[in-house]
Design a binder for this molecule. Structure first.
Ligand SMILES: Nc1ncnc2c1ncn2[C@@H]1O[C@H](COP(=O)(O)OP(=O)(O)OP(=O)(O)O)[C@@H](O)[C@H]1O
Ligand SMILES: [Mg+2]
Length: 356
């Protein structure tokens, strides 16, 4: 087990800057999720931690020791990918055994280690099967066993669940977290799925365009996004973002105005779909809208509505709510739940006094 540090890590492919000025500390035993859209540099970052790819600049440290020049094998990390790398001609048992081929453990110790791993992942019935005789989920479980049996310093996973169906993904999600907590192995888990990130990570590092936008607990990332990108990327349905201008303690857009305690200038107001409340369309502070669609989710419903200028907003309402397409409604954002972002995408802090 190890802590991992990235210090000013960069990766360029010719003129293309895949990862920029990346500084990150991962605690020993932590489950860190790297989250971001396709092409943002997640796999590149993971491969540099693994030693499969060399940074163009910067350093990578394991437990404070510089491993930048050290080979993948000697870093003693285990990787699991989207489509697991099992030898097709070997049974599950033989596949797992290959991971300990170069280990200095005695034969008895190796067998004990394998037995423990098999027990933990509950793959006893699969041991004599070939990969072609297993389901996708079973293969991922065997691949996981193959990865953890070496007791690696770190466990690196690149979208290991994304090729599986929704139900299996859901159950493997909690299994993986449970396993990681029992083993206590430092884990970096890459995904573009925000639900996976929110439910699995001790902390989440959100990347965009090769840059780390924010790193924090799921609660920090969700409730206190550092940038407009993070605000819009996490949350389902996504946060409503309204462009406007701050002047004299008011945020004003084409559609509404909200009291804010922030300096004047152009800004984007962010408000989550659950933080807007039904009011009369002409009430003070209301956002007047026309209902575009109503989605019933069972426990709640989502109103998708159009405001002035073609702005689409989503509002979560209680399950029994009914409205017809084209109906005029008003929704007022809770001023205490509004976030503001500057034009460069950074968060504008609001002074607490007005929020009280
Ligand atoms: N070997 C390479 N040569 C040139 N460009 C590359 C190479 N590998 C990655 N890139 C580029 O670097 C950027 C980051 O790629 P990376 O694979 O890290 O993204 P990702 O976040 O893992 O995306 P995805 O979610 O699609 O897997 C992309 O723009 C990609 O095209
Ligand atoms: Mg990738």
């Amino acid at each position: 087990m190890a802590s991992i540090d990235l210090q000013g890590v960069e990766k360029r492919y010719g003129a293309h800057h895949a990862v920029r000025a990346l500084d990150m500390h991962i605690e020993d035993g932590e489950f860190l999720v790297l989250l971001g859209p396709s092409g943002c540099g997640k796999t590149t970052t993971l491969n540099m931690i693994a030693g499969l790819d060399a940074p163009t600049a910067g350093k990578i440290l394991f437990d404070g020791r510089d491993v930048t020049e050290i080979s993948a094998y000697r870093r003693n990390v285990a990787m699991v990918f989207q489509s697991s790398l099992l030898y097709p001609h070997l049974t599950a048992r033989r596949n797992i055994e290959t991971s300990l081929r170069y280990s200095t453990l005695s034969k008895v110790e190796k067998q004990a280690r394998i037995a423990e791993t098999v027990r933990m992942l509950e793959i006893e019935p699969l041991l004599d099967k070939l990969p072609s005789q297993m389901s996708g989920g079973q293969r991922q479980r065997v691949a996981t066993a193959k990865a953890i049996v070496r007791e690696p310093a770190a466990f690196l996973l690149d979208e290991p669940l994304s090729a599986l169906d929704a139900a299996l993904r859901l159950s493997l999600r909690s299994e993986l977290v449970n396993l990681q907590k029992r083993l206590g192995t430092t884990t970096v888990f890459v995904t573009h799925d925000q639900i996976e990130a929110m439910t699995m990570g001790d902390r989440i590092g959100v990347m965009s365009g090769g840059e780390l936008q924010q790193i924090g607990t799921p609660d920090e990332i969700y409730n206190s996004p550092a940038t407009l990108f993070v605000a819009g990327f996490l949350g389902s349905p996504p946060m409503n973002l309204i462009e406007g201008e701050i002047a004299a303690g008011l945020f004003r857009s084409e559609q509404l105005s909200v009291p804010v305690a922030a300096p004047p200038g152009r800004a984007t107001l962010g408000i989550r779909p659950q933080d807007m409340h039904l009011v009369a369309p002409d009430a003070a502070g209301a956002l007047p809208v026309t209902v575009f669609a109503l989605e019933h989710l069972g426990r709640e419903s989502i109103v998708i509505a159009e405001a002035h200028g073609g702005l689409k907003v989503r509002i979560i309402v209680e399950a029994g709510f009914s409205a017809h397409v084209g109906e005029r409604l008003g929704f007022a954002p809770d001023p205490a739940r509004c976030l503001l972002f500057a034009q460069d995408g950074t968060r504008i802090p609001m002074r607490a006094s007005v929020l009280a």
